[in-house]
Design a protein around this ligand. Structure first.
Ligand SMILES: NC(=O)c1ccc[n+]([C@@H]2O[C@H](COP(=O)([O-])OP(=O)(O)OC[C@H]3O[C@@H](n4cnc5c(N)ncnc54)[C@H](OP(=O)(O)O)[C@@H]3O)[C@@H](O)[C@H]2O)c1
Length: 419
């Protein structure tokens, strides 16, 4: 039986969930993971009324956890700067580190992996992407023989929950409020709804699959906060729905990395994953397309990922996968071609269709379909256009030209992800 002595830093949601799961699933972990985990110390700057740590030693200064006789520091404080300092100190003290912290891995991954390698210890982070839903080890180990061409998916449960509700007819603001009431969204939801959280996760997956650096160079990030419930109605009529997709794709000599709302075919796998679930599609040469879906947040789900890292760590025969990256270049977003969905609200139909069509034509953007929808209450008329693919660099000028037309009142647009 393998044994690990661990110290937990942080005493919030995930840490207390881990503590409880290690108690309740003790026998399972022993039997199936061949591992006995002993919690030696907890770094908690204050007590948590949700959980009694029993006889475990408490350090009020989380950095003191590292000084104990432990094999692993489990970093569950979140944030970037203090977490980086803590992880660096632990690695330099030759302690393995397990973390659930996507922000610190995204921002300092390359540095931290280098220090881990230098010290001959491991830094594992399964639960940093999609909590315990297994994706990191899947990419690192199970798919080690496959060439991966594309990873795409809904990596933020809050965004997927909001969009799923909007698909059923709810407005954005009430569904965000509902997500907060149910505990799916933080009181300050900006990281989720502006796409940053999903961007962190796809950045991490891209580094694993394609060797992009951590942090990656700037890449395109857009959240779900500009989508309107009517966009679902119009998208459905054309056989699409809307998902927030994070995408990493291998190009000839670079990587296409981005996170933004996309129209996806209604009959696709990702279109049918609703609610807070995360779902990922991995395109490989040897296995074809793989699907992974599961809970992307929550105490138990995250504890599950942390424990899987501890079990992995305890098997000393497994060689550390070297995450030292080759720093592959990112493909310039503005040079990508996209098909687009456009919602254009006009006040006066006479001549406007011709003017709109010629603006698209001038930008080399063919129109695949155009349809006029039922008048809105105030006599505005929605026009829905699906374009042929055109260069992203022409997009902003095209929108500006459309808005220059007197009768154009409002424009929304969403890229279409080819499948
Ligand atoms: N919650 C999830 O579903 C989920 C899913 C996947 C990954 N994660 C990741 O797991 C990590 C922990 O998340 P969580 O939900 O457990 O957060 P949380 O409930 O806010 O807990 C954070 C804990 O760390 C402590 N802490 C924060 N900064 C500290 C500092 N500078 N010094 C000492 N203690 C500090 C906090 O203490 P105070 O209470 O005193 O502030 C609290 O005990 C994050 O990296 C998060 O991204 C969470």
């Amino acid at each position: 039986m393998n044994k690990l002595r661990i110290g937990i830093c942080g005493w919030g949601n995930v840490a207390t969930g881990l503590f409880r799961t290690l108690e309740t699933n003790h026998e399972e972990i022993k039997k199936r993971g061949n591992l006995e985990i002993e919690i030696i110390v907890i770094g908690a700057r204050r007590d948590n009324p949700e959980c009694d740590p029993g006889n475990v030693t408490i350090e009020r200064d989380i950095f003191k956890v590292i000084d104990h006789d432990i094999d692993v520091v489990v970093e569950l404080i979140g944030g970037v700067d203090v977490a980086r300092d803590l992880i660096l100190k632990a690695l330099n003290a030759k302690k393995h580190v397990v973390t659930a912290n996507k922000a610190v891995i995204f921002n300092h991954g390359d540095e931290l992996f280098r220090v881990a390698n230098k010290n001959g210890v491991k830094l594992l982070y399964e639960s940093s992407v999609c909590a315990g839903t297994p994706i990191i080890k899947l990419l690192n180990q199970e798919l080690a023989a496959s060439k991966i061409s594309k990873i795409s998916g809904m990596l933020n449960g809050t965004s997927n929950y909001i969009l799923s509700n909007m698909e059923e007819g709810m407005e954005f603001e009430p569904t965000l409020k509902l997500a907060q009431e149910k505990g799916y969204a933080e009181p300050d939801p900006s990281f989720d709804i502006e796409g940053t959280d999903a961007a962190h996760k796809i950045g991490i997956l891209s580094s694993l699959a394609f060797g992009s650096s951590l942090p990656p160079k700037n890449f395109y990030i857009e959240g779900v906060n500009k989508i309107h419930k009517d966009d679902f109605k119009y998208a459905h009529e054309m056989g699409y729905t809307i998902k927030h997709l994070a995408i990493a794709k291998s190009m000839k000599n670079s990587i296409d990395l981005r996170a933004h709302p996309s129209l996806v075919k209604l009959d696709s796998y990702l279109a049918n994953l609703k609610g807070v679930r995360n779902g990922i599609e991995v395109e490989t040469d040897l296995l074809g397309t793989l699907h992974v879906a599961g809970s992307g947040a929550g105490q138990e789900a995250t504890a599950s990922g942390v424990i899987s890292d501890l079990i992995y760590l305890s098997d000393s025969k497994i060689k550390e996968v070297n995450n030292a990256n080759e720093s592959s270049e990112l493909f310039d977003f503005i040079d990508l071609d996209f098909q687009y969905y456009f919602y254009i609200e006009v006040s006066d139909l006479s001549d406007v269709i011709d003017s709109i069509s010629s603006i698209f034509e001038n930008k080399g953007a063919g129109i695949e379909s155009i349809s006029q929808k039922e008048n809105l209450n105030d006599d505005l008329v929605p026009i829905i256009i699906i374009t042929d693919p055109f260069k992203e660099k022409d997009y902003q000028e095209l929108v500006d030209n459309l808005l220059d037309l007197d009768s154009v009142n409002k424009i929304r647009s969403i890229r279409i992800e080819p499948q």
